[in-house]
Design a protein around this ligand. Structure first.
Ligand SMILES: Nc1ncnc2c1ncn2[C@@H]1O[C@H](COP(=O)(O)OP(=O)(O)OP(=O)(O)O)[C@@H](O)[C@H]1O
Length: 262
């Protein structure tokens, strides 16, 4: 695991961040004493204006930012997987070899096959990454994460480059995978609806701290549901955007339902 100075040792939390600071210039901090807890198995979506520090926080949790050392306490589990907007598959390795890359155990190939089947890529083990669609590549990236059985899954706009229909399919898949594997999840997204559809909690980042922390307590994850619309309006207001979508958006007939994912 990456260096995480001032580590806390509370195992009842999957993520525990205290007083995290990060700046890249003298002009001011990107993260300004941020505190955050994520419980084991909890799905948290992180939204915020462009440049508010979402990726900076995610990189700090992923251990990808070595210079964050000494700027607060960050405690994450040992097994952390990261998914980005692009799949980052190695183009010179077949899909299964990408999924199992770096795994040394004897049954890695078998576990990789199971993971690929779980994400709907059964039979594509021998394909090259360029032979997969964008959505399929993200499925393979998810399989690569899941095969490592992460306690924490960090996802930075993982569906940002996908078309609307593929996105919806990926939402259903991700919920299903999370219910089966129960990792804690931190999902960075620009899409308020995606946050409400997927998360147990939505966190709004502003001025380098958690400005809002809202539990998503909806029976139905349907965009047509008035409670969904009210939460969307509240979150958009937090982001400084007026929600004039009172008439339901065109894709409002799409029903996101946790049960549908299982
Ligand atoms: N390595 C770096 N060097 C210098 N500045 C950086 C670096 N990484 C991030 N920043 C700056 O920190 C700020 C926050 O960036 P970050 O990528 O975390 O924002 P974000 O909320 O993820 O933005 P977006 O929604 O646009 O992806 C930005 O002003 C960015 O320019």
């Amino acid at each position: 695991m990456a260096t995480h100075p001032g580590r806390l040792t509370d195992r009842t939390a999957a993520v525990r961040v205290r007083g995290l600071h990060r700046s890249f210039s003298r002009a001011g901090g990107v993260l300004n004493g941020l505190d955050l807890d994520i419980a084991p198995g909890e799905f948290v979506a992180l939204i915020g204006r462009s440049g508010s520090g979402k990726s900076t926080l995610l990189r700090a949790l992923a251990g990808l930012d070595r210079d964050v050392a000494g700027h607060g306490a960050v405690d994450v589990p040992d097994k952390v997987s990261v998914v980005f907007q692009d799949s980052r598959l190695l183009p010179w390795k077949r899909v299964l070899d990408n999924v199992t890359f770096g795994l040394r155990d004897k049954d890695a190939a078998q576990r990789g096959q199971v993971a690929l089947a779980e994400v709907g890529l059964e039979g594509r083990e021998k394909a090259w990454p360029h032979e997969l669609s964008g959505g399929e590549q993200q499925r393979a990236a998810l399989a690569r994460s899941l095969v490592r059985d992460p306690e924490l899954l960090l996802a930075d706009e993982p569906f940002g480059a996908l078309d609307a229909l593929t996105r919806i399919r990926m939402h259903v898949l991700l919920r299903k995978l999370c219910e089966a594997h129960q990792p804690a999840v931190l999902l960075v997204t620009h899409d308020v609806d995606e946050a409400i559809v997927l998360a147990d909690r939505v966190i709004v980042l502003d001025d380098g701290v958690v400005a809002r922390d809202l539990r998503v307590d909806l029976d139905r994850r349907s965009q047509a549901d008035p409670e969904f619309a009210a939460l969307r309006a509240q979150l958009l207001a937090e982001l400084g955007v007026e929600d004039d979508s009172a008439p339901a958006p065109r894709h409002a007939h799409t029903r996101y339902d946790r049960k549908a994912a299982s």
